[in-house]
Design a protein around this ligand. Structure first.
Ligand code: SF4
Ligand code: SF4
Length: 378
């Protein structure tokens, strides 16, 4: 269990950053961190600091994502890419059980919870909020997801406060960032200024304190603290988007017939890309497969999306037949009924759905437009 642990921040110089990855690996953890792959930042297993996207940032807008080189060689100079930690906590495809015919009977092999120790390096503040949202959805109910619980319990979270928000970011509006507030074991702030390239490191749990104690750090000076604050303040001021959440929950809930849903549906392809990249979307379906011989079978859990027709099939028919109804379901769940279910927003303001929507549909614009007078709609 994470808890806030009060010890003074320390400073890790850039030249010693590899010691952090080495320490996490020495604890027997698979270290998962940002890498550059296929023109995007993707979370993958890393062997050392050489695997990090040093000197790469990103440019994001509605329907647009590009990596751009940075002159300052920052290790975490990007915002968030299409990937999220849910891929590691709740994989897109997972075998629940297998059955094999042996000696005229069936042997059932259940999926054992993955017990590998993990360390997530580079978790953004909005992503900490997303993990907390997944915890609410997958752990808190009467039937917790045991595989998720095992992965979650085995994951140490190293957050990195944001210094370079993207065009789609609106974590300030959602009160989830850009500074990591809770839910981390360690939190880093990358500082590059006249005093050098370094990281301020704060511990948020006993496990984090243990890792921090083993690193070659020094005490943070006043200049380090001021520089770290400036990084976060700068990010706060450069948010790409805003979303006015005052009254939003009720406004969306009260307007299931709003013309705004139809206007979105005129552009929406119902492709489901927004749900795949969203770090809090957790819907899944199960598929059964049998071998042609009939001797083997398996049940597989696969990510699904409220934009697919089969996902809304109930009693032989679709309860949400139109794209307008599916988009309405998605957005009202994120921004309205999630509050009723879990007491928070289901949207953490990461902006992924904006950048990765192939037609550039922007949740902040659409949420503002639902219920707005026609003359105020963009
Ligand atoms: S709805 Fe969009 S902005 Fe909100 S958490 Fe999901 S991907 Fe991020
Ligand atoms: S909003 Fe965009 S990403 Fe989401 S289903 Fe529609 S077209 Fe696809």
């Amino acid at each position: 269990m994470l808890r806030q642990t009060r010890i003074a921040p320390r400073v890790l110089e850039r030249d010693a950053f590899g010691a952090l990855i080495d320490r996490l690996a020495a604890d027997g953890r698979r270290v998962i961190g940002p890498t550059r792959r296929d023109g995007a930042i993707v979370y993958a297993e890393i062997a050392g600091e050489k695997d990090l996207p040093a000197g790469w940032g990103d440019e994001q807008a509605a329907g647009r994502y590009r990596l751009r080189p940075r002159a300052d060689k920052a290790l975490f100079g990007y915002a968030v890419g299409p990937d999220s930690w849910k891929r590691w906590l709740r994989p897109p495809r997972r075998t629940l059980w297998r059955a094999k015919r042996t000696n005229g009977s069936f042997e059932i092999v259940r999926d054992d919870a993955d017990a590998a120790k993990l360390a997530f390096l580079g978790v953004r503040a909005c992503e900490l909020a997303a993990v907390a949202a997944l915890d609410d959805a997958l752990l808190a109910g009467p039937h917790p997801d045991k595989a998720y619980a095992a992965r979650r319990a085995n994951a140490l979270l190293v957050a990195v406060n944001c210094g370079s928000p993207a065009g789609g970011c609106f974590c300030v509006s959602m009160k989830t960032g850009p500074k990591a507030q809770a839910g981390f074991d360690l939190a880093l702030t990358e500082i590059i200024d006249a005093n050098g390239h370094r990281f301020m490191v704060e511990a948020g749990s006993d496990a984090g304190v243990g890792v921090l104690a083993a690193l070659p750090t020094r005490k943070a000076r006043q200049a380090d603290l001021a520089a770290a604050s400036a990084v976060i303040d700068g990010a706060r001021e450069r948010m790409g988007r805003t979303l006015d959440t005052d009254g939003l929950k009720q406004r969306l809930a009260d307007r299931p017939q709003d013309r705004g849903w139809d206007r979105i549906a005129e552009r929406c392809l119902a492709c489901g890309a927004c749900t795949q990249v969203c770090p809090t979307c957790f819907c899944a379906t199960v598929e059964d497969h049998t071998s042609l011989s009939g001797n083997e079978a398996e049940r597989v859990e696969v990510w699904d999306s409220c934009f697919t027709g089969r996902f809304s099939e109930l009693g032989g028919g679709q309860v949400r037949e139109t794209t307008a109804a599916r988009y309405r379901q998605w957005m009202t769940h994120k921004l309205s009924s999630w509050h009723d279910q879990f007491g928070t927003s289901g949207c953490v303001g990461c902006g992924r759905c904006i950048a990765w929507c192939p037609v550039g549909i922007d949740i902040t614009e659409e949420a503002a437009a639902v219920g707005a007078p026609p003359e105020d709609r963009t």
